[in-house]
Design a protein around this ligand. Structure first.
Ligand SMILES: [Zn+2]
Length: 168
């Protein structure tokens, strides 16, 4: 279903080409592919060097100027997410569906704004490592879900570790 959606989007984008080049003014900008694109991206205040293979972009045939599209950006964000081993939007969505949680309810229970969750789910923003850890704990542990109800705060939850509790 996701790939159908993407291909529909790609077709819509293709229809509009060629478009006018901002650099040289000629109507020669068409879809192109960068075989090996090196890029730096920031996550959680740290810069990461990434190599993205077969990156879809657009390029002016007349002057060679390269333009990044929404699709280019999505691919770079996906490469960064993969590099950092963070949950993908599809994985988060699948877990919410399995648990029968609406986005609004999940956001409330996690203590985040619904808009924040929605940005993660559409892939526009990548969750921080700390939020990724919270999501994983919430999805994996019934005990965590039982306590994070979004209603009343259970003050005892995590307040004090029981003596003799293993570090693991
Ligand atoms: Zn040009």
């Amino acid at each position: 279903m996701i790939s159908d959606h993407n291909s529909t989007k790609a077709v819509e984008r293709r229809k509009a080409y060629p478009i006018r080049c901002v650099e040289c003014g000629k109507k020669e900008v068409r879809p192109a592919v960068l075989r090996q694109h090196h890029v730096q991206r920031n996550h959680d205040g740290r810069l990461y060097d990434l190599v993205v293979n077969d990156l879809p972009v657009t390029r002016c045939k007349a002057c060679g100027e390269v333009y990044f599209t929404e699709e280019s950006d999505e691919r770079i964000v996906a490469a960064l997410r993969d590099h950092l081993a963070l949950l993908t939007p599809a994985q988060i969505r699948a877990n919410l569906e399995t648990l029968g949680l609406s986005q609004k309810e999940a956001a409330g229970r996690l203590g985040i704004a619904p808009e924040t969750l929605s940005r993660w789910l559409c892939g526009a923003v990548i969750q921080s490592r700390a939020m990724d850890n919270l999501l994983r704990a919430f999805f994996a542990c019934p005990q965590v879900r039982e306590k994070l109800t979004g209603a009343e705060i259970d003050r005892a939850f995590g307040e004090k570790v029981e003596m003799g509790t293993s570090r693991i």
